[in-house]
Design a protein around this ligand. Structure first.
Ligand code: ZN
Length: 93
């Protein structure tokens, strides 16, 4: 009847080789990744505020006459009004 190659069949075979199988009935496209959920503005704001607060922390080195010493992380307000006590009980100036 027809001479030469059956291009439809040849194309189908090439597609099957490339994609693995024919899509199931009613499935037009292969399943894709789930949609990315956009973070809310409130959560982005909270994140930015936390990063800002973290950047504003102050490191304070405390040393007691007993020999204990520590580096603590404080907010500027805490660092200003902070009164610290060693675990031995003595106040640290
Ligand atoms: Zn001490």
């Amino acid at each position: 009847m027809t001479a030469g190659r059956n291009w439809d069949r040849s194309r189908d075979q090439a597609r099957l080789a490339r994609q693995g199988s024919e899509p199931a009935a009613g499935m037009l496209f292969p399943p894709s990744a789930p949609p990315k959920i956009r973070p809310s503005k409130a959560s982005l704001r909270a994140e930015a505020e936390a990063a800002f607060a973290a950047a504003r922390t102050v490191l304070k080195r405390l040393a007691c006459s007993c020999g204990h010493s520590a580096t603590i992380r404080l907010t500027p307000a805490q660092a200003e009004r902070g009164r610290f006590r060693c675990k031995c009980g003595r106040p640290i100036p």
